[in-house]
Design a protein around this ligand. Structure first.
Ligand code: CA
Ligand code: CA
Length: 462
């Protein structure tokens, strides 16, 4: 019996014997969790920091045999993270420091996660604060504004990674623009361009300011600069004309002559005097004296029904006017259907009528005289030689006209002499160049025929 007990004790002793007596076998990792530390830290954007990964067994004992491969990820898409790493038990002993291998870029709460090939994982949350100001963002919700209309410009201090430097409530930032007519209201009192109105101190890294540009047609950016030379620029703002506020009424000169037409230019302007390129706005012309006729339909005849109106094309109307009486200090006014208006400076109209013809017909309003005036306006006055001729005529003709005017028989004779000239002038005025050519050829042919007949008649019979 004792023999069997001895054998049993021997087997038990063999079973419980330590393995020291056996050849060394590989240590197997029994890792239960990964730990990423420190957790819940804080970092500055772009500044590298160190984290340690430790593998633990149950009971919070470090798994010195850990040989897993770890991979890192972050909620921050701009994060710099260590490459995948396989633990080496002999040197790591279950814990590895990734020295200076992490950096986060996006301010706020960001997570960093470590995961191994056995799907063990640990996540920590870091608070990332922005680094120092690197530049400024200058922005508006819209970049097209009417001249004179205020708009908001937001200026924000950003670090090198685009984070708002919200800790800055002391740096003064100065605004500027390449447009000389861009002005700011930095103190927010509604008045633009006052002293200091272009400089504002940051509040939690940002501020908004009201700007406006009074000149249409400009395209200019707004720049922000601080005393450290850090700067930023907006996209270009395009300034358009505002609504029509009034009109300008101008001519190339203000001494004018009776019965001589001249051009009146009407221009649509906004409150700041910018040209408003409006189309199809009907303008009605009026004059401070009654004897001013317009030619709104530009057919060469003045004072027809509706001739005192015209329409704007790209903000401009050029209308011919013709005064029939002398006047000192007359003005011309343009008005639209909404009552927006504008008045010219004063014109002085002097009398330069066709003296001789007026004397012959006894009135300056005769149709025949109008034909001669139209010829003068359309063919003589546009050329230097024609103007010189008209000037000489006006200087020499008054005494002749007075003499004709006082002799009825002479008036009749002059009328008779001028009538064919008036007819020819009338024909000349109403015919096209081709018709003129045809008329000249016909006249020459007729004259040739007449001459030939007379020559034939005078030839004595043989
Ligand atoms: Ca102001
Ligand atoms: Ca007309």
């Amino acid at each position: 019996m004792s023999k069997w007990i001895g054998i049993a004790l021997l087997l038990l002793a063999l079973a419980l014997a330590p393995p020291l007596a056996l050849p060394a076998s590989p240590v197997l990792s029994q890792v239960e969790r990964l730990d990423l530390s420190p957790g819940d830290g804080s970092a500055t954007a772009g500044v590298a920091f160190t984290m340690v990964v430790t593998a633990y067994l149950a009971g919070d004992n470090v798994d010195t045999a850990y040989n897993g491969t770890v991979r890192f990820s972050s909620s921050d898409a701009g994060a710099t993270l260590p490459a995948d790493y396989t633990f080496i038990p002999a040197s790591d002993n279950g814990s590895h420091a990734f020295t200076g291998s992490f950096s986060l870029r996006t301010s706020g709460s960001q997570t960093v996660t470590v995961t191994d090939n056995a799907s063990l994982t640990d996540t920590v949350t870091w608070s990332v604060s922005p680094s120092a100001t690197h530049h400024y963002a200058v922005a508006s919700t819209s970049y097209t504004h009417a001249a004179g209309a205020p708009f908001t410009v937001a200026v924000t201090a950003l670090d090198g990674f685009g984070n708002v430097v919200s800790t800055d409530s002391e740096t003064p930032v100065t605004l500027a623009s390449t447009s000389a007519t861009m002005a700011f209201d930095g103190n927010g009192n509604g008045l633009f361009g006052e002293g200091g109105d272009n400089a504002v101190i940051l509040a939690s890294g940002t501020f908004s300011v009201t700007a406006r540009d009074t000149a249409s047609g400009t395209t200019a950016a707004i720049t922000a600069t601080d005393p450290g030379g850090r700067t930023g620029a907006s996209s270009a703002y395009t300034i358009t004309a505002a609504a029509i506020d009034h009109y300008t009424v101008t001519s190339d000169r203000y001494p004018q002559q009776t019965t001589v037409s001249f051009i009146v230019a009407v221009t649509a302007c906004d409150l700041n005097g910018n040209l408003v390129p409006a189309d199809n706005v009907t303008i009605t012309m009026t004059c401070s004296v009654a004897a001013m006729a317009f030619d709104g339909n530009a057919d060469g005849t003045y004072g027809q029904p509706g001739d005192d109106t015209g329409t704007l094309t790209a903000g401009l109307l050029e209308i011919s006017a013709k005064p029939n009486t002398t006047s000192d200090g007359l003005t011309i006014t343009a008005t639209d259907a909404q009552g927006r208006t504008g008045t010219s400076q004063t014109y002085t109209v002097k009398d330069f009528r066709c003296f001789i013809a007026t004397a012959a017909w006894g009135t300056p309003m005769a149709d025949e005289i109008q034909v001669l005036r139209d010829f003068r306006d359309q063919y003589l006055l546009p050329t230097p030689a024609g103007r010189a001729f008209v000037a000489v005529y006006y200087r020499c003709s008054p005494p002749v006209a007075r003499f004709i005017d006082s002799h009825e028989w002479l008036r009749t004779a002059v009328r008779a002499g001028l009538t064919p000239i008036v007819w020819l002038t009338d024909i000349f005025m109403i015919t096209t160049p081709a018709q003129k050519m045809l008329l000249a050829v016909a006249t020459l042919a007729g004259a040739g025929l007449l001459l030939r007949r007379r020559t034939v008649r005078r030839t004595p019979p043989r």
